[in-house]
Design a protein around this ligand. Structure first.
Ligand code: NAP
Ligand code: GLV
Ligand code: GLV
Length: 318
């Protein structure tokens, strides 16, 4: 009997054709909306492989209903949506999509930094509301990036690429991370510091830690109070790393300069207070959203599934 691959949403590219070529049968949940837990369990219960999105919560209940599954292949590098330990305890391999999305996501972090420093939210709003009355010496003054201190929280793949891009803007780079990163130190000249030092001394902060029990609300009320008054903070990792309501308070009181968000605490729900603020730039979780990157992610997901269902090692296990 042919092995079955269940895909929780149509992905860019045509991995169904690739999987079919390798002798598998695919079922794709093909609706505009996200799959519900009930639908996911129904579709995946007799599947040999599950391909899922970062918005699909693969918890104990779902895993307990995967009767034949050998691999859960996440279409994302972050895998906080999956109970990995529990999956492993059931001999299910979990894979993610590292590296192929690093540059695209780093580009978005830098775009948010520039958008915040140069007040693009207010500027774009002014144009759309037809309020631009001509060049003025004091129109929407932001601040220079050059010579500022950039703090990278989580110097992994994406954090390192953001540091490298920001170095080209002639900034000083410091970083806080679990392990020492020799590349970022030697090639980029970044210095490893404590989290408190980073928060107190950075003009620009970019967050790149994964969401784990240890990084949940890493930037809580106490830590956020360390931010400088001119600070720009940008988050392209996971919303839950910041205790969002306290950052919103600081933004409201202008105790920080600006914040750029690609991710939010309760996605896809957005705190309505955020929408009222001028000093934020908001994106709908599009860090990896380019045609090339999303296609490569889909290919990597398919390759992981093909390897595991053929009894080989996965390319990118977590
Ligand atoms: P990565 O290479 O694993 O980098 C994460 C870094 O964070 C690593 O250096 C890691 O340290 C460090 N870290 C882990 N736990 C930590 C802790 N408790 N305290 C301090 N540092 C810690 O991952 P990546 O590929 O750069 O991706 C990072 C995250 O970005 C993903 O997990 C995902 O959530 C997010 N992301 C978002 C988008 C988007 O669309 N916005 C796109 C891609 C990724 P070690 O070196 O010791 O492991
Ligand atoms: C996107 O957020 C990812 O983790 O790939
Ligand atoms: C601005 O447009 C300038 O020429 O300085």
């Amino acid at each position: 009997m042919k092995k079955k691959v269940f895909i929780t949403q149509k992905l860019p590219g045509n991995i169904e054709a690739l999987l079919t070529k390798h002798g598998f049968i695919t079922y794709t949940f093909n609706k505009e909306r996200s799959i519900t837990k009930k639908e996911l369990i129904k579709g995946a219960k007799d599947a040999d492989a599950l391909i899922c999105l970062l918005s699909d919560k693969i918890d104990k209940e779902v895993i307990d209903n995967l009767n034949k599954c050998k691999i859960i292949a996440n279409y994302a590098v972050g895998y906080n949506n999956i109970d990995v330990q529990y999956a492993k305890s059931k001999n299910i391999i979990v894979t993610n999509t590292p590296d192929v999305l690093t540059d695209a996501t780093a580009d978005v972090a830098v775009a948010l930094i520039l958008a915040c420093a140069r007040r693009f939210n207010e500027a774009n709003k002014m144009m759309r509301q037809k309020k631009f009355k001509g060049w003025k010496p004091d129109l929407l003054l932001g601040y220079d990036i050059k010579d500022k201190t950039v703090g990278i929280i989580g110097a992994g793949r994406i954090g390192t690429e953001v540091a490298s891009r920001m170095k080209a803007f002639k900034t000083n780079i410091i970083y806080y991370s679990r392990s020492r990163n020799i590349e970022i130190e030697n090639v980029i000249g970044a210095k490893k510091v404590s989290l408190d030092y980073l928060l107190k001394n950075s003009d620009i902060i970019s967050i790149h830690v994964p969401l784990t029990e240890k990084t949940y609300h890493l930037l809580n009320r106490e830590k956020l109070r360390f931010l400088k008054e001119n600070a720009i903070i940008v988050n392209t990792s996971r919303g839950e790393v910041i205790e969002e309501k306290f950052l919103i308070e600081l933004l409201k009181k202008k105790k920080v300069f600006s914040a750029g968000f690609d991710v939010y605490e309760n996605e896809p729900n957005i705190n309505p207070e955020l929408l009222k603020l001028d000093n934020v730039f908001l994106l709908p979780h599009i860090g990896s959203a380019t045609v090339e990157t999303r296609t490569k992610m889909a290919e990597l997901v398919a390759k992981n599934v093909i390897a595991v269902l053929n009894g080989k090692n996965p390319l990118t296990p977590v």
